[in-house]
Design a protein around this ligand. Structure first.
Ligand code: UDP
Length: 236
């Protein structure tokens, strides 16, 4: 596959065209941002870890029945993915209170929920990705009712798989964000990435944070945390 012109540069990834109109190449960077781009930095080696971890998990999820954009890893930082148009909704699943949930409702972090929760944010940097409900998403034509129902089903399936998988590695899956895309025929697939940038991972015993909160909250040991999750997941 030939890497052609750059189509897009996001906060953590670049997207390139290929000679196949149905395929893109994504390239993972070490750049990190938080608080809607207000905080900027780099996390050395993050691009390699997020690329490999996301690809590994997407292959497992395919086996578990969740269709994804993943096609083939072609280097440490580069992966061929199916071309999608991104559904402009961030899908957040939570098992334990943390982050904006704890802040919004004035509760402590670490409350274990009896059932996972789901919420959607409208992907729009200028507006700071505001919380949105299904009716508003449909009114804005971000997705149809049927698409939202399918996305919801897939998101909970990702949670069932990932929560159990991480638990075996001694990691509690606190919450995470997913993005979905539509293939040219309208098929909904899981897109973007699944990594410590997009998930909260806590060590089940020490409750140490093993994710991007170390960067967001200046806790130090950011690279070590990413490396530790990678080591437990893939033995690297
Ligand atoms: N998240 C993300 N991108 C975003 C917002 C959230 O990947 O733009 C992830 C975040 O890493 C966490 C989960 O979604 O795992 C829930 O985040 P939350 O709503 O608590 O927001 P935050 O506290 O990160 O602002």
């Amino acid at each position: 596959m030939i890497k052609m012109e750059q189509l897009y540069e996001g906060k953590a990834k670049k997207v390139f065209a290929t000679e196949n109109p149905e395929m893109y190449i994504v390239e993972y960077k070490d750049d990190a941002t938080a608080f809607n781009g207000l905080k900027k930095g780099t996390i050395a080696g993050k691009g390699v870890i997020n690329n490999k971890m996301s690809n590994f998990l997407m292959q497992k999820l395919e086996e578990a029945g969740v269709p994804t954009h993943y096609v083939e890893e072609i280097s440490d930082r580069e992966t061929i993915v199916k071309k999608v148009s991104i559904v402009p909704l961030e899908v957040i699943i939570r098992n334990i209170s943390a982050g904006s949930f704890a802040k919004r409702y004035g509760v402590e972090e670490g409350i274990v929920f009896e059932q996972p929760t789901i919420e959607f944010s409208y992907k729009n940097d200028d507006l700071g990705d505001p919380l949105i409900n299904d009716y508003h998403a449909i009114a804005l034509k971000a997705a149809t009712r049927e698409e939202i129902e399918l996305i919801t089903k897939y998101a909970f399936a990702v949670n069932d798989f990932l929560k159990a998988y991480m638990k075996k590695l001694g990691i509690d899956l606190v919450d995470f964000k997913l993005e979905f895309g539509k293939l040219s025929d309208g098929t909904i697939v899981l897109a973007d990435e699944i990594s410590p940038d997009t998930c909260r991972f806590w060590d089940e015993n020490t409750h140490e944070k093993l994710d991007k909160d170390r960067f967001r909250r200046d806790l130090g040991g950011v690279e070590d945390a990413y490396n530790e999750v990678m080591r437990r997941l893939m033995g690297e």
